[in-house]
Design a binder for this molecule. Structure first.
Ligand code: HEM
Ligand code: NAG
Ligand code: NAG
Length: 332
């Protein structure tokens, strides 16, 4: 307003030029702050059917194989913890890419890549070059949870895809099954997530499977473990480190395909499969949260949903950063 009055008084071309520049600056400022934020409406105009196409693709994959629900939730987690939710985990080795798929926590373990690629192909058919692989992964995790009768939530969108992979960051930043409680807490806090978020997110170990090598030491040598549970698990996981490393066990024994709060009930009975599960209930600061979730499944469900949204917010590429990949396994 002041500018307007001033420009009328002077009526000089310099003043009106200054006014137009100021206005342009304001508009630019507004549009960049909008772009930097994820929004659930991001594709409403550019690809209104994206979410329903992804949904039917993921639901079909989960009904073909129930475990896929678990695998897709984990894939989104392993994407977000490595330089943000940018689909860097989906890139294959190439001349320019050193894939995260070979990182310690992912190799012969992370799975579901082909399900995301198939959903991407379906979305590309209806809106080529519009929807990022990172967003497809975020929506897939939500659909996976819902398909396993877990909670659902509104997914924020507008992430773009990385042009690089970061295997060294995957090795350093992804949590390990041998981590202590304090190490786990600091890893999550390094990504802007609280201890409570961490306990809620670990609750996704209510579904899915783990390989023998990830829990062998605990079931043979662990002290903070229910003896009959350990004995039972040993029958399917040999002590010899050269045998049966990839033998699978459900992370939650009672209802391994259903997203409920049995994981927390198990922890209280010292029947966590991984050491990193049991440390959440071993006399430390997170015991009270485990108690709470074991008693109030509704609190677990709503905390899980909000924690997934916060996890999906980790360092997204927005605006003109990164790219929208044509296929998820390679850069354009
Ligand atoms: C707190 C630190 C965590 C550690 C140390 C950890 C570690 C592991 C390990 C070792 C496995 C088994 C992998 C294998 O044997 O191949 C696993 C599976 C799984 N993790 Fe975690 N995890 C953690 C947190 C999370 C979080 C935050 C999520 C999701 C939000 C998650 C979701 C899953 C799921 C769903 C599976 C089963 C995957 C499948 O069956 O394909 N985990 N995790
Ligand atoms: C149990 O611990 C001992 C001593 O650290 C180790 O040598 C052995 O390999 C462990 N056993 C298993 C099955 O992990
Ligand atoms: C271990 O689990 C068994 C079987 O569920 C149960 O009967 C037993 O009471 C548990 N032991 C302890 C020490 O909690």
């Amino acid at each position: 307003m002041a500018l307007l009055v001033w420009s009328r008084k002077r009526s000089s071309s310099i003043a009106s030029h200054a006014f137009v520049s100021a206005l342009l600056f304001l508009i630019l400022q507004l549009s960049t702050t909008c772009e930097a934020q994820l929004s659930s409406k991001f594709y409403d105009k550019t690809c209104p059917n994206a979410l329903s196409v992804i949904k039917s693709s993921i639901r079909a994959a989960v009904s073909r194989e129930r475990r896929m629900a678990a695998s897709l939730i984990r894939l989104h987690f392993h994407d977000c913890f490595v330089k943000g939710c940018d689909a860097s985990i989906l890139l294959d080795d190439s001349r320019t890419i050193n894939s995260e798929k070979n990182a310690l926590a992912n190799k012969n373990s992370a799975r579901g890549y082909e399900v995301i690629e198939a959903a991407k192909a379906k979305v590309e058919k209806i809106c080529p070059g519009v929807v990022s692989c990172a967003d497809i992964l975020a929506v897939a995790a939500r659909e996976a949870s819902a398909a396993a009768s877990g909670p659902s939530w509104t997914v924020k969108l507008g992430r773009r895809d990385s042009t690089s992979a970061y295997p060294n960051v995957a090795d350093s930043d992804l949590p390990r099954f041998t981590d202590s409680l304090s190490t786990l807490i600091s890893r999550f806090s390094g990504k802007g997530l609280s201890g409570r978020d961490m306990v809620a997110l670990s609750g996704s170990h209510t579904i899915g499977q783990a390989q023998c090598f990830t829990f062998r030491d605990r079931i043979y040598n662990g002290t903070d473990i229910n003896a009959s549970f350990a004995r039972n698990r040993r029958r399917h996981c040999p002590a010899n480190a050269n045998q049966g490393n990839d033998k699978l066990a459900p992370l939650e024994l009672v209802t391994p395909n259903s997203f409920d709060n049995n994981y927390f009930k198990n922890l209280i009975q010292k029947k966590g499969l991984l050491e990193s599960d049991q440390v959440l209930f071993s006399g430390g600061s997170t015991d009270s949260i485990v108690w709470e979730y074991s008693k109030t499944p509704a609190t677990f469900r709503s905390d899980f949903a909000s924690a997934m949204i916060r996890m999906g917010d980790i360092e997204p590429l927005t605006g003109s950063a990164g790219q929208i990949r044509r296929i998820c396994s390679a850069v354009n």
